[in-house]
Design a protein around this ligand. Structure first.
Ligand SMILES: C[C@@]1(CC(=O)O)C2=NC(=C\c3[nH]c(c(CCC(=O)O)c3CC(=O)O)Cc3[nH]c(c(CC(=O)O)c3CCC(=O)O)/C=C3\N/C(=C\2)[C@@H](CCC(=O)O)[C@]3(C)CC(=O)O)/[C@H]1CCC(=O)O
Ligand SMILES: NC(=O)c1ccc[n+]([C@@H]2O[C@H](COP(=O)([O-])OP(=O)(O)OC[C@H]3O[C@@H](n4cnc5c(N)ncnc54)[C@H](O)[C@@H]3O)[C@@H](O)[C@H]2O)c1
Length: 213
């Protein structure tokens, strides 16, 4: 029984060059997520799914409507391959690795430098579950269950915290205030939908901010 665990990260893909090889069901889903993350996406495939077609028409990704040719991986930061031909996936992964480019091959763990967790999103909050390759179906089921725990109050709390961290000088007092925001009464009030009362708490905390510095 393997004891390995996959190491989770959240990639900042804004402006990064991403190659997607294949444009079927799986690649179609990936394309929207990659574009949403701000990546500069290029897709190479002879047969094109509806989402990729639309994104290409909107000018949000570049589409090369042909089979993969050697050298296509060049110049990219990350490569995703999701074709129905194992030999193509193997070629793409070999070429990417030879150039030191990280690759994910859908459903082929031995060709992956990184695997993809099951992901759900509410605003800026991302829930991701990995089973280190043991049970993608379980990852999906748990992700759905965990996402149900994330309510509109959590999204407001995350946004409010982001707003405050931009405006307040960093340091121990800001840290204390932001921790208190989540763990204290304001967080609970937001979770219950009592926005006015929550804001009153935040305003009171802000009035005393800076006094102990
Ligand atoms: C989470 C998700 C993310 C995504 O792809 O976006 C994802 N697979 C999903 C679904 C799914 N995939 C499979 C089933 C059938 C039931 C089952 O097998 O459980 C279902 C469930 C379904 O379809 O309902 C079959 C399957 N998958 C892999 C193999 C190969 C092998 O095991 O050897 C086989 C057997 C192929 C065969 O038998 O031929 C391998 C991988 N699949 C991974 C990710 C990586 C590990 C993730 C982890 O650590 O948990 C990894 C290692 C590589 C990678 O692809 O990155 C996505 C859920 C999206 C969502 O949330 O909706
Ligand atoms: N991880 C997951 O969740 C998951 C789930 C289902 C399937 N899969 C796997 O992902 C892979 C893709 O599945 P799918 O449903 O998207 O397949 P699909 O049949 O819908 O699409 C295949 C795509 O590969 C492209 N393609 C074929 N030959 C190519 C070449 N030489 N160069 C470039 N593109 C080429 C086709 O044009 C098409 O766009 C399969 O191996 C499947 O087993 C993964």
């Amino acid at each position: 029984m393997s004891t390995h665990v996959d190491f989770p990260v959240c990639l900042r893909l804004q402006g990064k060059r991403v190659l997607l090889v294949g444009a079927g069901t799986i690649a179609d889903e990936r394309s929207q997520q990659l574009v949403d993350a701000g990546a500069r996406v290029r897709v190479v495939a002879p047969s094109i799914g509806a989402t990729i077609r639309r994104l290409a028409e909107e000018g949000r990704l570049e589409l090369l409507e042909r089979a993969y040719v050697p050298g296509d991986v060049r110049g990219h930061d990350v490569v995703f391959v999701a074709t129905d031909d194992r030999r193509v996936s193997q070629t793409v992964a070999d070429e990417a690795r030879a150039l030191g480019i990280w690759v994910n091959a859908a459903d082929i763990p031995e060709l992956c430098d990184f695997t993809l967790p099951s992901v759900g999103r509410r605003g800026p909050i991302v829930v991701a579950v990995s089973t280190s390759g043991l049970s993608p179906a379980l990852a999906r089921q748990l992700r759905r269950r965990f996402l149900e725990q994330v309510g509109p109050g959590h999204v407001q709390l995350a946004r409010l915290s982001g707003w405050l961290r931009k405006r307040l000088p960093c340091g121990s007092e800001r840290m204390r205030l932001l921790k208190q925001l989540v763990e204290g009464e304001a967080g609970e009030l937001l979770a219950r939908g009592q926005r006015r009362a929550a804001w009153a708490q935040v305003r009171a905390a802000l009035e005393t901010f800076g006094e102990t510095r």
